[in-house]
Design a protein around this ligand. Structure first.
Ligand code: MN
Ligand code: MN
Length: 272
């Protein structure tokens, strides 16, 4: 990773190809590569829906994939590199990888941005204290983030798997949950202060995004998610898009959804 060219006002795109913290199946380590292929495949251009041509915006800089020495140090490695990138004044959009990457990413952002808010789209609240003995599991990143005490608000949207343990964790940490059953198209999300966005692709209905490890029916449409992002009233300072599992994808359709979201989120990160 070469930080030489990254400066204030830029948007750094960083791939995090890990899946050893996945509880059910591997595959998301191949996610960043497939998302980039979809982004540049020639079937679509690089313009977001609000007319931002990312192909002609020199502030968008792809740093490639972070290389990990071994799995035991991967989480610490992500936190260190995220800190270095955002210390330049650039914003960071990370592409996963499983959701365990969000723990270190949020810790890094919360050090630079006091009063950080988090908006988290997911079928799962990922608030487990531990999963299969692993506190860095992809089922735990939002517990790890909240334990820092540096997060002002965590708002979770699209949740449809909340069990008793995670309900207790949500109460303990003061998490605001907009469950999928209560979500509606006109919901307006507003945040005071800096906002970090985390999108787990399984917030979408498996009909729209089958390329994820955990199929959880009854989710959002791609259109609903994009409209919610467009209407978001907040100062977006960083984001991740995670859990693309190419093993489960059909004709690359979920990779294309992830690429589309990458464009929409990038445009927002470059406009605020
Ligand atoms: Mn999920
Ligand atoms: Mn998740």
């Amino acid at each position: 990773m070469d930080l030489y060219d990254i400066k204030q006002g830029d948007l750094a795109l960083l791939g995090l190809p890990i899946d050893h913290n996945s509880s059910f199946m591997t595959g998301p380590a191949m996610g960043p590569q497939r998302m980039r292929e979809a982004l540049h495949c020639g079937a679509a251009n690089l313009t977001s829906e609000n007319g931002h041509d990312l192909g002609n915006d020199t502030r968008l800089k792809d740093l490639g994939d972070l290389q990990f020495e071994d799995t035991s140090t991967a989480i610490a490695c992500i936190e260190k590199h995220a800190e270095e990138i955002i210390a330049t004044g650039a914003r960071l959009l990370s592409i996963g990888g499983d959701h365990s990457v969000s723990g270190p990413l949020i810790r890094a952002h919360s050090k630079r941005y006091p009063d950080l808010n988090i908006l988290h789209f997911d079928a799962h609240s990922d608030l487990y204290d531990e999963m299969q003995g692993n506190r860095d599991s992809h089922a735990c990143p939002f517990a790890r983030a909240m334990e820092t005490g540096r997060v002002k608000r965590l708002v979770q949207v699209g949740i449809r798997t909340l069990n008793k343990h995670q309900q207790e964790q949500a109460e303990k940490f003061g998490v605001e949950i907009i469950a999928m059953k209560d979500w509606h198209r006109d919901i307006a999300l507003q945040f005071d202060g800096p906002l970090y966005l985390s999108i787990d692709l399984d917030v979408l209905d498996p009909a729209y995004a089958p390329g994820v490890s955990h199929h959880e029916p009854g989710g959002m449409s791609v259109r609903d998610l994009i409209n919610t992002l467009h209407r978001l009233d907040a100062n977006l300072i960083g984001a991740d898009i995670v859990e693309l599992n190419p093993h489960r994808d059909l004709v690359g359709m979920t990779a294309m959804v992830a690429a589309k979201l990458t464009k929409e989120v990038s445009a927002k990160l470059l406009s605020d």
